[in-house]
Design a protein around this ligand. Sequence first.
Ligand code: SF4
Length: 308
Amino acid sequence: MTDKEIIDRIQYLKKEKNAVILAHYYTRPEIQDIADYLGDSLGLSQEVAKTDADIIVFCGVHFMAETAAIISPNKKVLIPARFAGCSLAESITGYDLREWKKANPAGVVVSYVNTTAEVKAWTDICCTSANALQVVESIPSDKKILFVPDKNLGAWIMKKTGREMELWAGDCCVHERITTEMVLEKSKEYPDADILIHPESNCSHDDRILNLPQAYMYSTAGMVKHAAKSPKKQFIIATELGTIHKLQKDSPNKEFILIYPQTICGQMKKVTLQNTLEALEKEQYVVEIAEDIREKALKPIERMLEIC
Ligand code: SF4
């Protein structure tokens, strides 16, 4: 089948089965283009909570589809790329977190949404890169915070809020490669460009970056908004490659310079037109979560959605 035939068949099946396609900004351009909703982790969670579709085809990695299944137990959540994982989500297990909590019984656990359902089940409140500052600031200042699993996002929050937190030592294998030196070098090459940096990046909490007047720390959706509104013509993008597709589509007359050519999430790229079609045709692969874990994992997500 040609790509056009696959897309036509996907559109037909979507209507027939009352399905919706949600895709993350880091998926391939052709997946972004067929999505009913394109977003980052926060936007996608909010969309899942709103949709009245019977089937959600989640074009992203496993923890994201799991989050959709936690929020929408009465819908069928399908993940086209069954083995699309995430280095960050895999850096901590439910057992690890339970043991950490035992050692810190008074600690409040804030989990980045990039975690498994099991980890969310041991979490007090979730956050995303878009709302992490708000979530941490909502916790009384006398409480100790245990932050999992991204050490870079955690260190950036500490810098911005002045709040001490214990950090789990996980990282995203893509954003961990984005260093201060890379950003400084690119900013010399493009002195008029705004620099849009994801807080999971290795450089996000370095004062040399935080003090750069043209550097902004954003979730992926924040970058998209900033670039569309800004009068600037050039932007250095310090996040995953897939974001450039949306940025360029929204602002065709602006230039987007990727910080480093290897900022590619191979897991996100496992989602293809072919496996998205197969997901809809065969209603595979259904994301399933034990009900006791799902109920516990839902609470920290709801707490997050209540405050943002
Ligand atoms: S970009 Fe990083 S955090 Fe996002 S899915 Fe890939 S490995 Fe996980």
